[in-house]
Design a protein around this ligand. Structure first.
Ligand code: ZN
Length: 281
């Protein structure tokens, strides 16, 4: 399998709309450092193109994005720094925290604040790292067969690094989601307000584009202001402070694993969530 090609593709499916597509379907769009920074470059391109009013984030193949790929943390290939976090080569949690601050929390926060409307177009799985590409988007259109899951507790951490769980669902739902690592299917996600629309998979692309075109007709500056207003409302509810605290707790989990097992994650997590990860060879 040739896995050296681009990780994303930039498309213009209609005037005013950019579609950024994860293009590593044979790996179920498992992420690596290159993919994240290609995605960021695509966001920059869409940001600087004044003809683009709405951005869709989609994925080729069976699954939107199955996970953060193995061996990702600490891999600097393709990294183009967006924060001043440094120290990736330092031992212990200092190095891994620096990587996660830059490539996980740093990028997710940057995309969450992207100044034009964004829509995640999701099918199959958006699990853990996959969810971290969906939740920063403004709107979510899901295919009927898709599922969300964050099985990261099984690996010794409090949840994935962009910890907005208690903002995406209520506190009791978030706790069950985390404690059990279970899948929330599209219809349940719709019921609890986490996704905007659920459509048959064959209609996913057209339904998302239709929504994007409806939004793109509106004045771009008013869209930008509305997005900022809603984002600031969640910040007033404590989103940013909550993210910082949760990120520190997540790092405490990594530190505990390093102290007790001399590894970054608890490998028993794979047994607890046998379907998690890229396709088994
Ligand atoms: Zn982590």
């Amino acid at each position: 399998m040739n896995d050296d090609g681009p990780r994303t593709r930039y498309e213009n499916p209609a005037y005013g709309v950019a579609r950024i597509v994860l293009s590593r379907p044979e790996m179920w769009n498992a992420q690596d450092t290159r993919m994240l920074y290609e995605l960021d470059a695509d966001f920059q391109r869409a940001a600087l193109d004044d003809d683009i009013r709405v951005v869709i984030v989609a994925g080729d193949g069976e699954h939107f994005s199955s996970c953060h790929g193995p061996g990702m943390v600490g891999d600097e290939e393709g990294m183009k720094r967006v924060t001043l976090a440094g120290g990736f080569t330092r031992p212990g949690v200092e190095g891994t925290m620096a990587y996660e601050e830059e490539a996980f929390l740093g990028l997710c926060w940057r995309w969450r604040n992207f100044p034009k409307p964004t829509i995640a177009q999701v099918q199959g799985r958006a699990w853990a790292g996959g969810l971290m590409l969906v939740w920063p988007c403004d709107l979510i259109v899901a295919s009927e067969d898709m599922s969300f899951s964050d099985p990261v507790i099984g690996f010794g951490m409090s949840g994935h690094e962009y910890f907005v769980h208690a903002f995406e669902m209520n506190a009791r739902q978030a706790k069950e989601f985390l404690y059990t690592g279970r899948e929330i299917l599209a219809d349940e996600a719709f019921r609890i307000g986490m996704v905007n629309r659920v459509v048959p998979r064959e209609d996913l692309e057209s339904a998302t584009l239709e929504l994007a075109l409806e939004i793109a007709q509106r004045p771009s500056f008013a869209l930008r202001l509305a997005k900022a207003a809603v984002n600031q409302a969640t910040e007033a509810q404590g989103l940013w402070n909550s993210l910082q605290t949760s990120f520190s707790l997540h790092q405490l989990g990594h530190a505990q694993m390093m102290l007790t097992a001399n590894q970054y994650i608890d490998e028993r997590g794979w047994e607890l969530s046998p379907n998690f990860g890229p396709p088994k060879k």
